[in-house]
Design a binder for this molecule. Structure first.
Ligand code: OGA
Ligand code: NI
Length: 336
């Protein structure tokens, strides 16, 4: 089989299929260092304060970091370690898991959506469905041998964290804590283990171009050593410095829709660098396929008419994957 992944392959120049046109390059020198991304202490005993901090962050940024989040440090460290071990396997070993079919529940792939895109992205990724675990864990990689146990334990913790955040987000909208979770239904959980190899010409390409996440909530664990995540705020790209023992949380399109546009599913991207590979582990909580996504009536009264049409998550997800990544916000296609 043709080698399609880029991790473990040596490149002295960036292949032409990765080169973006001049007008669509990361312009790394214009990116601002961001030191004031909200860092929210989930150990805070004052519920009112915590909920207010989360609400402010969701409204102003659409993303924030959390500390004292309850996921054991050793587990997060093991997750990153085993992910690195996976991407250190030989190209032949990894290619056994390769697929460019987005409907597969376990696959190693590259770039974003190689069937749709014309310019590729400097990323390999392992994408896993994670809920229910008993159904999906048996199809995960068995090499490294500890992979399934570590990733399973990590998935359970991250899911619990996600639910706690969704309760606080719901409260911050002035709703009951379970309101958001009730609308999302029995949530699915996916993971993308992203691996961005060192890139010979990082100014000419992306690891992931600007996009919003189509799901409800994303919980990102970043390699501490190597930065690369950038978020769009007030028209400027901000580089997010990885913080020890923190997760980056970003709202996905479904929470933007649920909040009637009050909260933002933020544009973000990953850039690459010439010196070091970067790894990130993104966990996505996704509404149940049949969930009917609509803003509660408390958020659509008076001047606040419903911004979006009602849709099911299955409809939304299908639309998302039928497009290329760097097009308009997918939610724009569901406006009233
Ligand atoms: C994603 C994503 C960012 C990163 O996987 O959706 O935005 O830093 N990842 O890897
Ligand atoms: Ni993303």
């Amino acid at each position: 089989m043709e080698t399609k992944v880029i991790s473990g392959v040596v490149f002295s120049r960036l292949p032409s299929s990765y080169i973006r046109p001049e007008s669509d390059r990361p312009r790394l020198s214009e990116v601002l260092e961001c030191n004031d991304v909200p860092v929210i202490d989930l150990g805070c005993k004052d519920r009112g304060l915590l909920v207010k901090q989360i609400g402010d962050a969701c409204r102003e940024y659409g993303f924030f970091q959390v500390i004292n989040h309850g996921v054991p440090k050793e587990l997060a460290d093991s997750m990153v370690k085993v992910a690195h071990e996976f991407f250190s396997l030989s190209v032949e070993e990894k290619m056994k898991l390769y697929s460019d079919d987005p409907t597969k529940t376990m696959r190693l792939s590259t770039s974003f959506n190689v069937r749709k895109e014309t310019i590729h992205n400097w990323r390999d990724y392992l994408r896993l469905h994670c809920y229910p675990l008993e159904k999906y864990a048996p199809e995960w990689p068995s090499n490294p041998s500890s992979f399934r146990d570590i990733v399973s334990a990590y998935c359970i913790e991250v899911r619990a964290l996600g639910f706690r955040l969704q309760e606080a987000i719901s409260e911050s909208l002035g709703l009951q804590k379970d309101n958001l979770k009730d609308v999302l239904g029995e949530q699915g959980q996916h993971m993308a283990i992203n691996y961005y190899p060192a890139c010979p010409e990082p100014d000419l390409t992306y690891g992931l171009p600007a996009h919003t996440d189509p799901n409800a909530l994303t919980i990102l664990l970043q390699d501490l050593q190597v930065a690369g995540l950038q978020v769009l705020k007030d028209g400027k790209w901000l580089a997010i410095k990885p913080q020890p023992d923190a997760f980056v949380i970003n709202l996905g399109d479904q929470i933007q829709a649920f909040s009637n546009g009050k909260y933002r599913s933020v544009w973000h991207r990953a850039v690459v660098n010439a010196n070091r590979a970067r790894l990130s582990v993104a966990s996505f909580l996704c509404p149940c396929d049949s969930a009917n996504i609509s803003a509660p009536k408390e958020l659509t009264t008076g001047d606040d008419q419903a911004v979006y049409t009602d849709f099911t998550y299955a409809e939304y997800y299908k639309k998302f994957w039928s497009r290329n990544l760097d097009q308009e916000h997918c939610l724009e296609l569901f406006k009233n």
